[in-house]
Write a protein that binds this ligand. Structure first.
Ligand code: FAD
Ligand code: NAP
Length: 341
């Protein structure tokens, strides 16, 4: 294990921000990590665990140690009449893991096909798409305490999952190095096709008999046609979360903006489509230098080439302000910011 100094992060984040790290280290085994935490450079530095870099924005050089998690492995560890229990190393590529599950008929993750990033980051914000979140299938995770190296197991409840949220984004921020995640997948699939354009896409594909593979294929086709590919244009997916507002606030918004897009939640609140709010403020397709709002997806901020992270952040602040001024709704950034300006 080598600790490299002054390393570029350009190829390690999907926003393609040309920031650098004071130190960079790759962890290929648990013992790598245990020896790292005794190193003075580690002890004295700010720390950032890195997966695929698809949910973060570097607003400046990272004056600390970036720890790239490369822990691999995926295995069926147990099964019963109803479920398969499948464990994956944090460094496994998320989509490859999903494809492997589908090939083995382990059902449940198919709606989460083609989400960029690594398995280890999936609990961080309880990744979700097309009506499924990992909390629905998550059994437990194993992590190492970043200070003591102690092994810790977190159950589903202990992760305190919420909408794009978990305990690891809040009170345990920077506290744990996630090693592996175990999912409880279904032997008898419960197909979930009611969300978004899945049903329509299955029809276009001419699917007669529903399967987890068909759903995954439909999701891949929809995502590929709608979302900007980070290989072509720098981005980190949705930059903001969809805000939740009380039902009464939604009703009053509807008076002024009859086409406002909202989805009622079980708790009486309404989830607003942040993309719609941003679009109504005139941001869709706007560009400030190389920082911009995607032409088809107002929720996605993009780097057209050489944007600095601080410029993307500045653009996001302008969007927050105009949505607040027009609708009285406060958006929250979903993307993790390193570090605040
Ligand atoms: P990184 O960006 O590397 O890290 C994200 C955070 O997790 C950081 O704070 C990091 O420190 C922490 N972290 C990463 N690994 C570990 C670990 N092993 N231990 C401890 N902390 C860790 N997200 C969705 O929820 N749904 C979507 O549908 C979706 N679609 C996307 C589409 C595009 C085109 C893009 C670019 C992004 C999308 N995202 C989506 C966001 C992103 O892909 C996910 O949040 C993904 O889980 C991030 O994984 P990563 O490995 O890239 O994490
Ligand atoms: P979409 O289908 O055009 O829908 C727009 C928004 O409306 C989504 O954000 C979604 O909320 C919400 N929505 C749609 N149908 C809904 C329903 N039946 N019930 C409740 N809410 C509904 O969205 P899209 O942009 O093409 O994305 C498709 C899926 O991929 C979404 O689930 C989205 O979250 C996910 N995605 C996430 C990211 C990310 O970076 N986080 C990036 C790309 C796509 P939700 O977002 O709450 O689902």
């Amino acid at each position: 294990m080598t600790i490299y100094e002054n390393q570029s992060l350009l190829l390690l984040n999907t926003f393609h921000i040309d920031a650098s790290a004071r130190y960079l280290v790759e962890i290929n085994s648990e013992s790598d990590f245990l020896s790292l935490i005794t190193d003075k450079k580690y002890i004295d530095s700010n720390k950032l665990v890195l997966g695929g870099g698809s949910n973060l924005l570097f607003t400046k050089d990272f004056n600390g140690i970036v720890i790239k998690n490369n822990l691999l492995g995926k295995e069926l560890i147990k099964e019963d009449d109803e479920h398969y229990y499948v464990k994956a190393g944090a460094g496994e590529v998320w989509h490859e893991f999903v494809v492997w599950c589908i090939k083995n008929n382990y059902a449940g993750l198919e709606n989460l096909s083609l989400i960029p990033g690594k398995v280890g980051a999936s609990p961080m914000q309880n990744i979700g798409a097309y009506g499924v979140e990992i909390k629905d299938l998550f059994k437990s995770l194993e992590a190492l305490d970043m200070q003591t190296g102690e092994n810790v197991v977190f159950t589903n409840t202990q992760c305190e999952f919420g909408y794009r949220e978990s305990v690891f984004k809040r009170k345990y921020k920077n506290r744990y190095f996630i090693k592996s995640v175990t999912f409880k997948l279904n032997k008898h699939p419960k197909f979930n096709t009611s969300y978004g354009a899945i049903e329509k896409e299955l029809e276009v594909m001419g699917v007669k008999e529903l399967s987890i593979k068909a759903i995954s294929d439909a999701v891949i086709r929809i995502r590929s046609s709608k979302l900007p590919d980070p290989a072509q244009i720098g981005n980190a997916g949705s930059f903001f979360k969809n805000p939740e507002v009380p039902g009464a606030k939604y009703e009053s918004l509807k008076q002024g903006f009859p086409t406002v897009v909202g989805y009622p939640l079980e708790n009486g609140n309404v989830k607003l489509a942040a993309g719609w709010l941003i679009e109504q403020c005139g941001w869709k397709g706007k560009r400030e230098g190389d920082a911009g709002v995607h032409i088809n997806q107002a929720l996605v901020l993009v780097n057209y080439g050489k944007a600095k992270g601080s410029e993307i952040y500045h653009l996001s602040s302008e969007i927050l302000k105009s949505v607040h001024d027009k609708f009285g709704v406060d958006l929250e950034r979903e993307v993790n910011i390193y570090d605040h300006l």
